[in-house]
Design a protein around this ligand. Structure first.
Ligand code: FPP
Length: 271
């Protein structure tokens, strides 16, 4: 959080509204894991009379901003849903643009990931990806493997049901005793904390086959904002909203959570 406040201060008066939001956050109660369904690229493009791929291109900047801000806040894991197993149904040209954008992104961001000590990982049926994409992914995974900062986890050719099928196959193969820990240990996300916060842009009230097991107790934040328009300010508002929630995990909460000593969450500025 200190890193974010410093970066915002360096930006000066233009960043003052984001700085005010950041100061309202309780650094001790940030989500350990944030998962994001980046939706609305196509609609963003359509509203501008542009081809859908223009929306995907415009979706890269908010990826950068979100990664940088989460890393500066001290979030442990950020999982971004970049390509689902269902996305193969899209026109071939759109799918191949998504692969080239991913490769461009990985090449362009490696240096920044190293600077911020980000550890890059990917989840999904990675063996079914085009060879060039797979090679690029694995080279960034390897190059950042010993970094100790935030884990940036990209869900690519990912499906929650496919992940559960793969986990069940592994359980059967291992002849393991079946309990929740045995299943969690065989998911692609083994070793990561479950997401505390799931953000979805573009207003759709669906989970779209994303981290089905892992989001059992996640807090949901759905915004009408289309992904290319998603800003640092909106991310900070999602974090503030998260800190207002009373997480009960099926139990009962004893008293309203406080965001800062002496400041009740409900008195914070509305998004
Ligand atoms: C959903 O919008 C978005 C995707 C399927 C792809 C996400 C890709 C990016 C954000 C760009 C690049 C990302 C990286 C990590 C380099 P949609 O096309 O379904 O939008 P619509 O619902 O409005 O049609």
């Amino acid at each position: 959080m200190k890193a974010l406040l410093q970066a915002l201060a360096a930006e000066g008066p233009a960043a003052e509204s984001d700085a005010a939001l950041a100061r309202s956050l309780d650094p001790a109660r940030l989500p350990a894991h944030i998962a994001v369904i980046m939706d609305g690229n196509g609609r963003w493009a359509r509203r501008r009379g542009l081809p859908r791929v223009a929306g995907h291109k415009a979706g890269i900047q908010p990826v950068r901003t979100t990664v940088e801000t989460c890393a500066q806040c001290g979030v442990g894991v950020l999982t971004l849903y970049a390509f689902s197993v269902e996305n193969w149904k899209r026109p071939r040209a759109e799918v191949s643009t998504l692969w080239s954008l991913l490769r461009v992104y990985l090449r362009a961001e490696l240096e920044e990931m190293q600077r911020q000590s980000i550890r890059f990982t990917a989840i999904g049926r990675l063996h079914d990806l085009p060879a060039q994409v797979r090679d690029e992914l694995f080279s960034v995974i390897e190059a950042t493997a010993s970094n100790r900062g935030m884990q940036l986890n990209l869900a690519i050719n990912y499906g929650g049901r496919a992940e559960l099928v793969d986990a069940v196959k592994a359980l059967v193969k291992d002849g393991a005793q079946i309990d929740e820990a045995a299943i969690s240990a065989r998911l692609y996300t083994a070793g990561m904390p479950d997401p505390d916060l799931l953000i979805r842009t573009s207003g759709e009230m669906r989970v779209s086959n994303f981290l089905l097991w892992q989001i059992a107790y996640a807090e949901l934040y759905v915004t009408e904002t289309l992904w290319p328009d998603f800003t640092r300010g909106e991310l900070l508002r999602a974090l503030l909203d998260y800190q207002k929630r009373h997480r009960r995990f099926g139990g009962i909460s004893e008293s309203p959570r406080r965001v800062q000593p002496g400041v009740l969450a409900s008195t914070l500025p509305a998004p």
